[in-house]
Design a binder for this molecule. Structure first.
Ligand code: FEO
Length: 394
């Protein structure tokens, strides 16, 4: 199966309909690994797919050309969803040079024996002419691995952007004007929150470099190819890379016998009492880490509540804290709350974690023993109100 982007330039990748867990990223809509074939006087295959899909990729390519006609295998990124099939593919391409950054070669060689591969290491801005099309390589370190690069075809104003601008969505459609834009933007935001977010400064530098290019089509390594809504996805990336937070509070809680849930609902009421602040609430065992992180990405404030289990927050809440710590969202104010029976612990742990995260407490941590009393619920409501007032501050 293949899809034409331009005459002589085709998508030849793999649609992964059944994947639901992409190294802990919850891919509800599946995924694609996009490879592209450029047939010119010289032939180039851009990126491969994950290891298990190597045969599909090779079959797609062979529908268009003989494997010995491929001169270049461009590896924009060594992560194994794109490079897992490299060993098998390289062994089938007798005349291909593997074109990549020096760091990419180092990583590929860390994953597999590359001693027989013919590498061509390209510098930032270096070009390779295929005939009518010229490939220009743009190094994009830490977007989102140290090896990463984009490949640009100036004659077509076409950017192969690797993970950048990607979305995890399996579909029979290949282009952004063939699926609802709101679904694509939702998936692009989920992707950005979970994969790209910590590298906002690097994304900004790449966007500045890309501003000097004329781009009519962006072909990422995941999801649809952008040919109609480039303005929407580029504007969203600028906004997300700037790490701007909205007047928004997120409430994440875990509960054993509903006491912490009563408290969470009181915090929610307090937040809603402040006009102009939006609020999103998640029971962390009923939402995925992927949904939770996406909700937190553009929030200014966060309330975390947990029942105490064995003197600590629940295991699921601990996982949420761990994940948020790595993603480093721009949340600046927190509110800790939770219930206990005979031994305290959860609120103390969450409050200590706020200190590590440099989230200033909007109010003192709120504890309740067994069931929250009306007085405790009033404290929760007031805590939510204080948190919402912080969300209104610049
Ligand atoms: Fe889609 Fe960073 O790999």
């Amino acid at each position: 199966m293949h899809t034409e982007l331009f005459p002589g330039i085709d998508w030849v990748g793999f649609v992964d309909w059944n994947i639901r867990d992409f190294h802990s990223y919850n891919t509800e809509r599946g995924a694609t690994y996009n490879s592209y074939l450029i047939r010119d006087q010289k032939t180039a295959l851009i990126d491969t797919v994950k290891k298990a899909a190597a045969d599909t990729l090779l079959k797609n390519v062979q529908q268009l050309t003989d494997l010995d006609k491929i001169d270049y295998l461009i590896c924009n990124h060594a992560e194994q969803d794109h490079a897992g099939a490299m060993a098998q593919v390289v062994s089938m391409l007798p005349n291909a040079e593997v074109v990549c950054t020096a760091k990419c070669r180092e990583i590929l060689s860390g994953y597999t024996d590359t001693s027989s591969w013919k590498f061509r290491i390209v510098a930032n801005g270096e070009t390779i002419s295929l005939g009518e099309n010229t490939l220009t390589f743009i190094h994009t370190p830490m977007v989102h691995w140290p090896d990463s690069m984009f490949t640009y075809v100036g004659e077509k104003k076409l950017l192969f952007s690797m993970d950048g601008f990607g979305q995890h969505i399996a579909s029979s459609e290949r282009f952004d004007d063939e699926l609802p834009l709101d679904v694509l933007m939702e998936e692009a935001k989920i992707y950005y929150a979970n994969i790209v977010y910590p590298y906002g400064a690097q994304v900004t530098r790449v966007l500045q470099a890309a501003a000097g290019l004329e781009i009519k089509m962006i072909a990422p390594s995941h999801g649809v190819i952008w040919r109609k809504n480039l303005g929407a996805i580029l504007e969203a990336y600028q906004r997300w890379a700037a790490k701007t937070a909205e007047k928004k509070v997120v409430i994440f809680y875990d509960t054993m016998w509903e006491s912490t849930e009563y408290m969470a609902k009181a915090v929610y009421e307090g937040v809603l009492s402040v006009p102009g602040v939006s609020c999103e609430m998640h029971h962390v065992r009923k939402s995925t880490l992927t949904e939770i992180s996406t909700a937190a990405m553009d929030a200014k404030c966060c309330a975390l509540g947990s029942a105490t289990l064995n003197t600590l927050p629940t295991p699921t809440m601990a996982a949420v804290m761990n994940y948020l710590q790595g993603l480093r969202f721009p949340i600046r104010h927190g509110l800790a709350f939770g219930s206990f029976g005979w031994g305290k612990g959860a609120v103390e742990e969450i409050s200590a974690w706020f200190e590590k995260m440099q989230w200033a407490p909007a109010a003192e941590g709120i504890r309740c023993k067994w069931r929250p009393t009306p007085e405790v619920l009033a404290l929760c409501e007031e805590g939510g109100r204080q948190l919402a007032l912080k969300a209104l501050e610049d």
